[in-house]
Write a protein that binds this ligand. Structure first.
Ligand code: UDP
Ligand code: MG
Length: 312
């Protein structure tokens, strides 16, 4: 098998048929053998039934992993990565934001010897708020980690099989697949891709889910936030010591000071809130360690369709 396309699906009933017909046309045109693995991530609309119809329509091309609940986009992708048979693996969103016609472009770069090819969106069609927040996290990631990519949020990507196998072997919980692939790749590259507004429905990422995802990225790839805290702690303790010495002498030479009560509060509130952020930050790392130690299954499958050996 040449190419495996992996598509996570969470309540995308309005998009699937169009996606499937465009995907089939684009993949057939490439002249390579291919499969698509859809992962139904606990949809509670008709997505599951529609995906089963696709399996019946083109059994030689379509496979389905049907989850028992909603385990998240990246976990859904991992479950498919564990079962791909292609030499090249492509990921893609189900909402038609990533045009399937662009897959050929990614495969071309893979053929030229790259092992992880990411798409970056020429003209991103999302809300201004999303785009702005994305710029900030891309900037933070660029400064804090040694992952260099233009557009970490674009999920239209292609990987050589050895990269996908390496991702499967890391037994991490909260993983950010594009970044992980980048760290395993010997020759990563990026190509410009088109991006469309979501065809039907709304983004499945609430603000909370987005924040969680970006914490996964930062905590998974750098300890810089913790180190910044240590440095900040050092600097404030030096500053506080200087203040203690100053006030000590002041008290002896000028007498006790009673003013400045609210200045003191302001400083104190600031430092206490910084300390709370620090505790939260440590919690982000510790919580992830906890999840790995618990070693619960990452996902639970209700049924698979189209795999040999029941997809085990
Ligand atoms: N998705 C998923 N599980 C989730 C959330 C999203 O499988 O818990 C899928 C979703 O169906 C889509 C892709 O992941 O195929 C990207 O989601 P979405 O388009 O909502 O994200 P956005 O484009 O807003 O970043
Ligand atoms: Mg989308």
């Amino acid at each position: 098998m040449d190419v495996s396309v992996v598509i996570p699906v969470f309540n995308e009933e309005g998009n699937l048929r169009k996606l499937f017909s465009r995907l089939c046309a684009a993949m057939d045109a490439l002249g390579r053998s291919w499969e698509v693995i859809f992962v139904n991530d606990g949809s509670n609309d008709k997505s599951g039934e529609i995906l089963r119809e696709f399996c019946a329509e083109r059994p030689e091309n379509v496979k389905l992993i049907d989850f028992n609940g909603n385990f998240g986009q990246h976990t859904a992708i991992i479950s498919a990565f564990e079962r791909v048979s292609g030499d090249i693996v492509v990921t893609l969103d189900a909402d038609l934001q990533n045009p399937p016609e662009e897959i050929g472009k990614l495969l071309e770069r893979i053929d030229q010897g790259c092992d992880a090819v990411g798409g970056y969106r020429k003209q991103r069609e999302d809300s201004p708020l999303r785009k702005y927040a994305s710029k900030i996290v891309n900037f933070a990631r660029d400064k804090m980690t040694n992952i260099r990519m233009k557009d970490q949020g674009c999920m239209l990507r292609a990987y050589r099989r050895n990269i996908v196998d390496a991702i499967v072997r890391t037994n991490e919980r909260s993983m950010f697949i594009p970044a992980l692939a980048y760290t395993f790749a010997a020759r990563p590259d990026e190509v410009e891709v088109e991006h469309a507004a979501r065809a039907v429905g709304e983004s499945k990422y609430s603000l909370y889910k987005l924040v969680r995802l970006n914490f996964d990225l930062i905590t998974g790839f750098t300890l810089v936030p913790l180190q910044l805290f240590t440095i900040f702690g050092f600097l404030t303790s030096i500053g506080s010591l200087a203040l203690v010495v100053l006030l000590f002498f002041r008290r002896f030479f000028l007498g006790a000071e009673a003013e400045g009560l609210f200045t003191l509060f302001a400083i104190l509130f600031f430092l206490v809130s910084v300390a709370m952020v620090g505790i939260g930050l440590i919690g982000e790392y510790v919580g992830r360690i906890y999840q790995v130690v618990q070693a619960r299954p990452k996902y639970i499958i209700k049924e698979t369709v189209g795999f040999k050996n029941d997809g085990k």
